[in-house]
Design a protein around this ligand. Structure first.
Ligand SMILES: Nc1ncnc2c1ncn2[C@@H]1O[C@H](COP(=O)(O)OP(=O)(O)OP(=O)(O)O)[C@@H](O)[C@H]1O
Ligand SMILES: O=P(O)(O)OC[C@H]1O[C@H](OP(=O)(O)OP(=O)(O)O)[C@H](O)[C@@H]1O
Ligand SMILES: [Mg+2]
Length: 285
């Protein structure tokens, strides 16, 4: 009974990346299409494959110990579970959208209107805080269809690229929350399970950190090294190795993925040559 039970989405937008993350954490499990429960062969964890809407309820009720869901579903469910870690995938937002041909001048648009959504709690709280009274129509999916069939005046739903809104003649007018996949946990885990969770989050952090960063190697004349080091925001200080040509050195460091292009340009200007950039598998501090 001491195995940590993790509830993950059986099939949908979160499934593939959730399983990939577990693999990157070196957690192996039997991979069978219709199996709804499987045990890892090399980590004390059991996987439960569920509908994402049920996961926080199961975690709160101790039927599962931890789970991976969208932050939108976590906030909507209002269950007594802890948010342990942001996981950086399934990025999207929950937004209000209206038929494209309507003029939008602000939130008062929604006063006394009917809004269709699968997120009634988040929406109700958002409108209440802004003093808007609207009627909320709960529907569990295909929300974007609601205005065109006369079910509602507007919708509140997940938006990512915006193509579903556009395809259904709608426009996004207010963002309510940003969302990404999160790891949640029952707040009262046994000491043993808490230890397994700590081990898992340690691995997850190492994997996520590595994704944010790149390993960079470059060559430069010795008299340029000082300037180049100033540009490189290394983990501590960059590694410096002599080259066969004694006037040159090789410099190794780690840079953030999002600063990548800016820094590459600066490095070239400062005299760096033969720049190599490589992915990092794990980063541990
Ligand atoms: N277009 C999108 N881009 C990025 N992330 C998304 C997108 N749509 C949904 N998500 C995120 O992925 C989660 C799961 O979405 P999905 O559409 O698979 O849910 P679902 O249809 O309710 O699945 P289930 O059958 O498990 O109930 C959402 O709660 C949200 O956090
Ligand atoms: O802005 P976009 O990139 O178009 O993405 C948004 C759409 O993605 C999700 O639905 P999904 O495709 O997962 O189908 P679902 O209704 O079965 O959940 C969400 O419910 C939106 O409808
Ligand atoms: Mg669902």
């Amino acid at each position: 009974m001491s195995k940590l039970k993790i509830a993950i989405q059986k099939k949908g937008r979160l499934s593939e990346k959730t399983l990939l993350l577990l693999q990157e954490c070196n957690i192996r499990y039997p991979n069978g299409g219709d199996i709804l429960k499987s045990e890892s062969s090399n980590f004390p964890i059991e996987l439960l494959f569920l509908r994402d809407d049920d996961i926080s309820k199961y975690v709160a009720a101790n039927l599962a110990d931890i789970g991976i869901i969208g932050e939108n579903v976590y906030r909507e469910a209002k269950q007594e579970v802890d948010l342990i870690e942001y996981l950086g995938f399934a990025s999207c937002r929950l937004s209000l959208a209206i038929p494209r041909h309507f003029e939008y001048k602000g939130l008062s648009f929604f006063q006394n209107k009917k809004i269709a959504t699968s997120y009634p709690n988040i929406l109700e709280n958002f409108l209440y805080k802004r003093g808007i009274t609207a009627s909320i129509e709960f529907i569990s999916g295909s929300v974007e269809i609601a205005p065109s069939i006369g079910l509602a005046d507007a919708i509140c739903d997940i938006v990512s690229s915006g193509s579903t809104l556009m395809a259904n003649g709608l426009k996004e007018v207010e963002k309510i929350i940003d969302s990404q996949a999160v790891l949640i946990a029952n707040p009262r885990l046994s000491i043993k399970k808490k230890k397994t969770l700590d081990e898992l989050t340690f691995r997850i952090k190492a994997v996520l950190k590595a994704k944010e960063n790149k390993y960079i190697l470059l060559n430069a004349p010795n008299d340029k090294i000082k300037d180049i080091i100033k540009i490189l925001p290394g983990m501590k200080s960059p590694t410096l190795l002599p080259l066969a040509n004694k006037n040159w050195s090789s410099l190794h460091s780690v840079i953030q993925e999002d600063q990548f292009w800016k820094i590459i340009d600066e490095l070239k200007q400062a005299g760096a040559e033969g720049i190599l950039v490589a992915p990092i598998e794990k980063m541990i501090f």
